[in-house]
Design a protein around this ligand. Structure first.
Ligand code: SF4
Ligand code: SF4
Length: 494
């Protein structure tokens, strides 16, 4: 099954294409001169739909190039954010040194930082000291960033984000949160992923990746970091929060350090901790039950994940809905031909890991269930892709092209393109939204890649609705074996 967030092809925004177009100018930027006659070595550090990061050696000079996909509208904003932060922190040692910027070609070059990512170097034994170091890093970062005055409080602020705290959870903490004012917003990293920190051999942390940076209430990064660490080490939440806030060494502009610690605790327990612990014991019981059963393999299940549940009931495609969709497509095709927007590319995401594919296969595409009402998330930019591939194509042909992929039957309540085998639309004809989306379970699976590899063994995946297991499978040696889910219900498991 093909699902959103699991791209398959890699041809357009690729290393080869990028080097062909910009390799020489990038090599000159790394070399710091027009003489690039020495040996040039290139290693890809990261490649996804949004950006390409490469380590380039030119002679005895070394640099890291981060290039943004020019076909994506957000690339301009991403490079601006990165460059403004690297520029503001130049010489502080908090971030890599900015060496060169090519706004025109959507890339910048920074110094290469040797060391390993904090994600690789964290475990139960060092998490508390790592938390303290991250707190210090964020304090140094935050204290150098521009700020703006606002008038709010943490209850009001968090009320804007249903995905952070539900209404019930906010109400539960209303008394505490509404007494904590926010009078200052400061540019925050707004991304606390541990793979974006490198620990150098002298112990210093260097932070990367400022694409998500924006103004947030002072201390926001500490909240996000606490959540990231708590997800990985739910048994050490108290110590982690204490160390993080101690490293941060302050409250916010309005609240003292003790109140700030209380805020971080509330946030962490209600977000990351909630997501894991509400289901953790249930998941563990399912793992134990499976491992002690006759069907368990010799390597045993070492990791478990919950997936959403998407139905697999197929219904015939309704002609009236297709007629409506056809009208939408006609309008979109006309606008695309008139506006001629730059084509988006969907091709550079790495192939999904076996674990992520297994998770989506167990779920069967729950994330596509709003596809019909959103017209498969298609935009003028999406159609520009086919206009580029088939020069001279007309509106009718574009419409026919899309309609030709509609399956006779689609998954009940889901997108018209959601057929028995998953999405029937080729990846290059899908919207950016479809190609990039990953649900919370998918993100958790992705973030846990290191842990999964460290633990080894098999992986249990249970697709459920409100504590009732609907489908279950075990990923063993890269193969997903479906198992009987009826034995796993939350109530039975306690
Ligand atoms: S697991 Fe998440 S990303 Fe994968 S198909 Fe289900 S809802 Fe979509
Ligand atoms: S086009 Fe429809 S079925 Fe395909 S990924 Fe998007 S929402 Fe899902």
């Amino acid at each position: 099954m093909t699902t959103p967030g699991t791209a398959e092809h890699a041809d357009e925004f690729s290393l080869e294409t990028w080097l062909r177009l910009h390799g020489v100018i990038a090599a000159k930027a790394v070399a710091g001169s027009d003489d690039v006659s020495g040996s040039v070595q290139v290693k890809t550090l990261q490649l996804n739909e949004r950006c390409l990061t490469i380590h380039m050696n030119v002679g005895n000079r070394s640099g890291v190039i981060k290039a943004f996909n020019p076909a994506l509208t957000q690339s301009r904003q991403s490079i601006d954010r990165e460059v403004s932060i690297l520029g503001a922190l130049k010489g502080t040692g908090l971030v890599p040194e900015l060496m060169a910027v090519s706004q025109k070609n959507h890339f910048f070059v920074s110094g290469f930082v040797a060391g390993s990512t904090q994600l690789k170097e964290i475990d139960e034994r060092n998490v508390v000291s790592v938390a303290c170091d991250l707190g210090q890093w964020f304090a140094e970062f935050s204290n150098r960033m521009p700020s703006a005055e606002v008038k709010s409080n943490w209850f009001e602020y968090l009320s804007r984000y249903d995905e952070v705290l539900t209404k019930e959870e906010r109400e539960q903490h209303r008394e505490v949160l509404s007494k904590l004012p926010i009078l200052k917003q400061v540019i925050s990293k707004n991304d606390a992923h541990l793979s974006n920190f490198i620990r150098q051999s002298d112990g210093r942390l260097v932070g990367f990746d400022f694409e998500a940076a924006m103004k947030k209430p002072m201390g926001w990064d500490i909240l996000l970091t606490a959540r990231v660490l708590a997800k990985q080490f739910p048994g050490q939440i108290e110590e982690i929060v204490t160390a993080l806030v101690e490293g941060w060494g302050q409250g916010t502009d309005q609240i003292d350090q003790a109140e700030f610690r209380q805020l971080v605790m509330v946030f962490t327990l209600a977000t990351a901790f909630k997501a894991l612990t509400q289901n953790r014991s249930w998941l563990q019981q399912m793992i134990d039950a499976y491992n002690s059963s006759d069907i368990s393999g010799t390597t045993k299940v070492q990791s478990g994940f919950l997936a959403p549940f998407g139905t697999e009931n197929l219904i015939p495609t309704d002609p009236a809905t297709v007629t409506k969709f056809k009208a939408f497509l006609h309008d979109l095709a006309d606008r695309s031909l008139a506006e001629k927007p730059p084509a988006t590319t969907h091709s550079a995401q790495p192939a999904p890991s076996a674990e992520l594919s297994a998770l989506c296969a167990m779920c069967r595409g729950k994330c596509c269930n709003k596809g019909t009402q959103n017209n498969a998330y298609l935009k003028v930019q999406t159609l520009a892709g086919i206009m580029q591939r088939r020069i001279g194509i007309g509106a009718d042909e574009i419409v026919d092209h899309y309609l030709s992929f509609l399956p006779e039957n689609h998954v009940e309540g889901s997108c018209l393109f959601h057929g028995a085998e998953g999405c029937a639309l080729p990846r290059e004809d899908r919207s950016d939204t479809c190609n990039a989306f990953l649900c919370e379970s998918g993100k958790l699976m992705q973030e846990s890649a290191e842990q999964i590899a460290r633990r080894g063994g098999e992986i249990l995946i249970v697709s459920h609705t409100d504590g009732t297991a609907r489908r279950a499978g075990v990923l063993r040696d890269g193969e997903l074996c479906e198992i009987d889910a009826s034995a796993f219900t939350k109530d039975d498991a306690g």
